[in-house]
Design a protein around this ligand. Structure first.
Ligand SMILES: Nc1ncnc2c1ncn2[C@@H]1O[C@H](COP(=O)(O)OP(=O)(O)O)[C@@H](O)[C@H]1O
Ligand SMILES: N[C@@H](CCC(=O)OP(=O)(O)O)C(=O)O
Length: 373
């Protein structure tokens, strides 16, 4: 897809980061929010579905609670987020109302999307809201999200939402002009990358973390988000939210920010959901033959190709498939718990019964439950 095709998008996800929303930590930037809402309302008037993923609850909570630095303890963070989320949605609702657009608050945790049934429920809710012409305003449910169940950064959440609603375009608004070939906050000679494939390995070298103390992910999570979004065919643009009329300008195909081209084969819906799973419970180390079969033939993983089992996991958990050098090549939902997987590693399925006293599936990970990374 070229930038000129963005204007054919039916559905757009806009993600706004903390650093931008809060004007460097000085409370919500009301004028900027008014401008972005006006831009999103303009897209809606053109018949485009708009979903907003907005950060800023912690930063706004810090400002309301007069905290100078980001809280360190989980409970303080959760409390700040609860206070701040009120201000955030109130501001968005008021602004959207000025344009006769209804907004809806949707707060998600990682758990909501890791369970397939809840994932499908979240999807139905979002699609129904869009049918009603409403703009969902989404954030992580920070008040209850503990370390184990959190996305942690809203770039990832934005990408998973783009997968959920099958958006054509994900616009990530941030405090930088786009993605640079080095972190511009640290290197004044860094140059903006205008377009790059999500496949490009250079991305792994240039995308650094956040140093603002407000945002969480930096460019690293934005690149990962673009890759996730690409799995459902969505194009991603990382761009400065400070540019005048930026959302329609990107939509119209102007050369702004960094366009991460989604030139990978889109995955089937179930595999998109799998690819979005973040909480790995362990891993299996494969021999070279198994690696080749997974990569080239798209077959299921058999225990006979497994050299070692890492971590402690249960049947049905998500595990990584690693090559002998430790590189992750795939991940999937495993049919045997770690203890049993250890016993049948390297063995053909005909021996499972004797080794375990029972035999479930012949495959350690069925190909329908496996996704290459
Ligand atoms: N290659 C890069 N190009 C641009 N910014 C980068 C790069 N690597 C790291 N960064 C950092 O990422 C920050 C943006 O991410 P973050 O602070 O998480 O913002 P947001 O709150 O918008 O998600 C930039 O301010 C910059 O310091
Ligand atoms: N859910 C958090 C957002 C996490 C975060 O900081 O994300 P981001 O600014 O997008 O890197 C909040 O509203 O404060």
């Amino acid at each position: 897809m070229s930038r000129s095709e963005f204007s054919q998008a039916q559905r757009v996800v806009v993600k706004i980061g903390s650093s931008l929303l809060t004007d460097g930590g000085r409370g919500l930037n009301k004028q900027a929010i008014a401008d972005w809402v006006a831009q999103m309302a303009a897209l809606k008037r053109q018949g485009v579905d708009v979903v907003l993923v907005s950060s800023g609850s912690v930063a706004e909570g810090m400002s309301r609670l007069k905290l100078k630095t980001r809280p360190k303890t989980l409970h303080e963070l959760q409390a700040a987020a609860s206070v701040g989320q009120m201000g955030l949605v109130r501001r968005f609702e008021d602004e959207f109302q000025l344009h006769d657009v209804l907004a809806a608050q949707v707060l998600l945790t990682h758990d909501d999307l890791s369970d397939r049934q809840r994932y499908l429920n979240a999807r139905s809710t979002l699609l129904t809201l869009l049918d009603f012409g409403v703009v969902p305003v989404i954030n992580e449910n920070d008040a209850v999200a503990t370390e184990e169940i959190r996305f942690g950064d809203n770039d990832t959440l934005g990408a998973l939402v783009a997968n959920l609603v099958e958006a054509d375009l994900l616009i990530i608004l941030t405090d930088q002009t786009g993605l640079f070939d080095a972190n511009p906050s640290l290197n004044p000679n860094a140059r903006l990358i205008s377009e790059i494939s999500v496949n490009e390995s250079l991305l792994d070298e240039v995308a650094g973390g956040s140093i603002s103390g407000l945002g969480r992910g930096g460019m690293y999570t934005k690149v990962r988000a673009a890759r996730l979004a690409a799995r459902s065919g969505a194009a991603t643009v990382i761009v400065s939210g400070k540019i005048d009329n930026v959302i329609p300008a990107v939509f119209d195909g102007n050369d702004l920010g960094t366009y991460l081209i989604p030139n990978i084969a889109p995955l089937a819906a179930r595999k998109q959901w799998l690819a979005g799973q973040l909480q790995l419970k362990g891993g299996v180390v494969l021999d070279d033959g198994a690696v080749k079969i997974l990569k080239d033939a798209g077959k299921s993983l058999l225990a006979v190709g497994v050299k070692a089992v890492q971590g402690s996991f249960k049947r049905g958990d998500l595990v990584s498939c690693l090559d002998l050098q430790g590189n992750e090549i795939a991940r999937g939902l495993i049919n045997y718990g770690s203890e049993d997987a250890g016993k049948i590693a390297g063995k053909p399925s005909s021996e499972f019964e004797a080794l375990l006293g029972y035999a479930d599936e012949d495959e350690l990970i069925h190909r329908d439950n496996l996704v290459l990374v």
